[in-house]
Design a protein around this ligand. Structure first.
Ligand code: GTP
Ligand code: MG
Length: 363
């Protein structure tokens, strides 16, 4: 039996079993087995050269990717947002590779990627699925574009991205695993968990994790625990957008609103809500403003640097010039991050806050 068949069989077993306290342990073990088989399958398919993978250099301050089934209007939307000329046509699979565009908005340069349509089975390589989903992992935001006629496509897309290890609209659970040479498994939790430690231990064993100290600080479930052990998951926010809204009756729009609770209705063709779409992309990516100050001069309060809101001093240095990272001595800082105005900070990995003012000193 090959891995694919084996996975299918195990998944069917789970489908036919009701999850409750008595079956929890069974679920944990089977889910761990499935995860391991997937991992094996993944390794084999990349070793055999299947799915060459694309490479699109990250550019700008952040990257958003537009995902949707074929012909939902991804390329038309990219063009409307960025003025790029990605080919559009009434047939499926018009776009065959990744097409980047740049949205410059409120001082931020946002790279937007248009890719071929996703179909069910993409995670296993259907269509250009592997390549497309590979691009998702490096993105900072996923725009899920669906047509009102096919609301079920949203769930299908979410499943495909889940299957390649992308976790949408979740943050990485706070679980620390420290491996050690001996001593068995020690699991502690600072919050009440619904899963038994015994189940967690059995999951660890499936992954050959025998000696480790594990501290759990979030209310996690079995899947999230497996995610942490596997360690190669990425956590990315998403927005759901309804395409071709010019074709919708009010009634249909209302129905879809209740069913999917989308973030926005757009029409790339008529331009409806394209500006709102820019706002939503910008807001979801969470930027902040950093002001720079030269030594002995007043800060330039006219033109802030626009950076992601989790940026560190090092990120700012790198953005100014790559030499700044190497030559960094210290910064003086004013604003929320400073304990007092003009504080000296010597650690490049310090996270900054909106509207901080930096004076960078280099060697
Ligand atoms: N009425 C209407 N038609 C649209 C809209 N956006 C796109 N279309 C049409 O839908 C068809 C498909 O558009 P594309 O932008 O090529 O779709 P795509 O999702 O990039 O398609 P693939 O690259 O093949 O996956 C084209 O005929 C477009 O003119 C819209 O907002 N309203
Ligand atoms: Mg296209």
């Amino acid at each position: 039996m090959d891995a694919k068949q084996e996975i299918k069989e195990l998944e069917d077993n789970l489908k036919n079993t009701q999850y409750n306290k008595a079956t929890e342990h069974y679920f944990g073990v089977i889910k761990a087995k499935i995860a391991r088989l997937r991992e094996k399958q993944e390794k084999r398919s990349s070793a055999s050269g299947g799915g060459e993978g694309w490479f699109q250099k990250k550019a700008g301050d952040a990257t958003a990717i537009i995902l949707g089934f074929p012909s939902v209007g991804k390329s038309t939307l990219l063009n409307a947002l960025t003025g790029t000329k990605s080919k559009t046509a009434a047939y499926a699979f018009t776009t065959l590779t990744v097409i980047p565009g740049t949205l410059t908005y409120k001082g931020a340069k946002i790279q937007i990627l248009d890719v071929p349509g996703i179909i069910e089975g993409a995670a296993e390589g259907k269509g250009r699925g592997k390549e497309v989903l590979g691009m998702v992992r490096n993105s900072d935001l996923i725009v899920i574009l669906v047509e009102a006629q096919h609301p079920e496509h949203r769930r299908a897309i979410l499943k495909e991205i889940y299957d390649v290890g992308v976790r949408v609209d979740q943050r990485a659970p706070d679980v620390k695993i420290s491996k050690r040479m001996k001593g068995g498994l020690d699991i502690a939790s600072t919050v009440p968990l619904e899963v038994d430690f015994d189940t967690l231990k059995s999951i660890c064993k499936e992954f050959r994790l025998i000696n480790a100290d594990i501290v759990i600080r979030d209310k996690i479930n079995i899947d999230q625990f497996i995610d942490v052990i596997e360690g190669n998951r990425v956590y990315i926010p998403s927005v759901t957008v309804i395409a071709k809204s010019d074709l919708l009756t009010l009634e249909k729009a209302q129905q879809i609103k209740e069913e999917l609770k989308p973030d926005l209705f757009v029409s790339a063709q008529t331009g409806m809500n394209i500006n709102k779409m820019k706002d939503i992309i910008y807001d979801s990516l969470k930027f902040m403003r950093i002001y720079l100050k030269e030594i002995n001069k007043k800060p330039d309060m006219e033109e802030p640097m626009i950076v992601r809101s989790d940026s560190t001093i090092e990120d700012i240095c790198r953005k100014i010039h790559k030499d700044f990272v190497r030559k960094f001595k210290y910064v003086r800082i004013w604003g929320k991050t400073a304990k007092f105005p003009g504080q000296t900070l010597r650690h490049k990995d310090k996270r900054l806050a909106d509207c901080d003012i930096l004076e960078i000193h280099i060697k």
